[in-house]
Design a binder for this molecule. Sequence first.
Ligand SMILES: [Zn+2]
Length: 264
Amino acid sequence: MSARGPLQGLCRICAIFGNLTEDHVPPKGAPRIGQRLLYDLGYAPNPSTVAKQRGRMFQRGVKFRTLCADCNNRLLGAQCDPELIALARRVDTHIQSRIATKELPVQVTPALLGRAVVGHLLAASNETQAVNAPNVVAMRNYFLDRTLSFPDGARIHLWPYPDHMEFVSAGHAAITTHGNVLVYTLKFYPLAFMVAWDSNPDWALPGVDITALLQENSGQPRNLDLPLDRVPTHFPELPSGNNGILVTMVGDETIRYSVPYRKS
Ligand SMILES: [Zn+2]
């Protein structure tokens, strides 16, 4: 999928006008997985993915032409993405090993992991959000000021995502049985992150709550047990049960799917 949007505009991280560069999801260096192994492991790919693949081929990955070169290449790509890629590789290695466990112990550096996730979520936002949406401004401030901890009012969950389709959404309302929740979602094999703003704590998000870990804002590695059972592969893009419905708030430009290139 080629990047859309103008060559110049507001950087969604620093909010300075200038030339824009492409943010990539997944970041370069993240692991890849074939559909065959996913089937072998018992994971059913997203049915909408399968349907699309009957007729069309897509290049793998999601691109947003929304960041200035400095925010993209130095702050996000060089400083934060290696942490996200290392975690993805750790989880990938475990999935490929085919060893069934309920939890996977991992190490993460909270100050870097949180900013890597937030950086890619910001890249999916639009110019209006970058300037006017209080939660987006809070995420921009958090990303740029390394002394700040993860924003108040937001919680963030992480779960394994054994699917080969990327999903990124910035600022969408999830209509749930506990009311509407504003969510930001970043999913690429094998990780899924969701940031929920002002959310009712009764609304159970999947995976492990890493909010407190990120609020520590430590630059040192911390231990984390990643739950591997009850993986909600298609949440939130294909809701089920009482998980809610994902509704576009700011236009389709901020939700991107991609389907990997399939050799057959
Ligand atoms: Zn910038």
